[in-house]
Design a protein around this ligand. Structure first.
Ligand code: FPP
Length: 253
């Protein structure tokens, strides 16, 4: 994998994750600590998004999935939801040219149709503009929830059983995978959660079956490129067995 790091940064030759997914948590606490409105935390969090997208591209990560808005987040105060949608639109507009220039393809997973029309239009324009880019995929999870995704997949499969002669025996893991928002993408090799909570919060539950998980106490607005690189080094030193025994010992679990 091609890696383009800055002077002083080193990642060694071991395999890098192809697909990294991040639960960006802690914006609210970051703001609270500073006696600020939660929205200030999200604004600062947007700057971290920019920094980590750039770092991922420079390091040579192929897919970066960011949990930007969950199906549960609709239940937040209307003013916060509105501010988050505004930040999302601002981000898309500000980054569109750079995504194109840097050969990054934008992707969205989740209920895009639930987003405000103006946000949807800007997303669609960027999705279309960047659709043939090949250096990296930036996948935004927007109005995303794993249970909704799996329910939708089951509904689509049920329709095929009812109307297209698909038999229950045809329901395989590959078929389920093909009906998810992430269809065609490899599963995340690494899931990072900032903000110190030990849970997946309805994020990529099917796809996370063999993902390595890294939880950091750092709040998302404070998360830096340097810490990101340290986490990648940590990943490079893990042994992934996928339920099999170790290559080096027969006692693996
Ligand atoms: C969780 O923090 C974060 C979110 C619900 C939204 C994430 C959004 C951004 C990082 C900014 C906008 C996104 C893009 C792609 C430009 P929290 O509010 O739950 O924090 P807390 O747990 O400390 O309250």
């Amino acid at each position: 994998m091609k890696s383009n790091l800055m002077q002083g940064e080193s990642l060694g030759l071991k395999t890098l994750p192809r697909h990294i997914a991040i639960i960006m948590d802690g914006n609210g606490r970051w703001a609270k600590k500073r006696l600020m409105n939660r929205v200030r935390g999200h604004e600062q969090g947007s700057d971290t998004v920019r920094a980590i997208v750039t770092a991922s591209r420079e390091i040579g990560i192929k897919i970066l999935t960011l949990y930007a808005f969950s199906t549960e987040n609709w239940a937040r105060p209307e003013s916060e939801v509105k501010a988050l949608m505004g930040l999302l639109k601002k981000f898309i507009l500000a980054e569109r040219e750079d995504l194109q220039k840097n050969n990054i393809r934008l992707n969205v997973i989740g209920q895009k149709h639930r987003l405000p029309l103006d946000v949807c239009q800007e997303l669609d324009a960027t999705l279309e503009l960047t659709q043939n880019n090949e250096e990296m995929i930036l996948s935004l999870a927007l109005s995303y929830g794993s249970r909704e995704e799996l329910t939708m997949a089951m509904q689509k499969i049920a329709v095929k059983i009812a109307s297209k002669g698909l038999s229950p025996d045809d329901i395989t893991e590959d078929l389920v995978t093909a009906h998810l928002y992430t269809s065609g993408m490899p599963d995340p090799d690494l899931i990072i959660r900032t903000g110190g909570e030990y849970r997946l919060s309805n994020f990529l539950l099917w796809q996370a079956a063999y993902s390595e998980i890294y939880i950091t106490e750092t709040l998302w607005p404070d998360f830096t490129r340097d810490e990101f690189i340290e986490i990648l080094k940590n990943f490079q030193n893990r042994e992934r067995r996928f339920g099999k025994v170790s290559c080096n010992t027969s006692n693996g679990g």
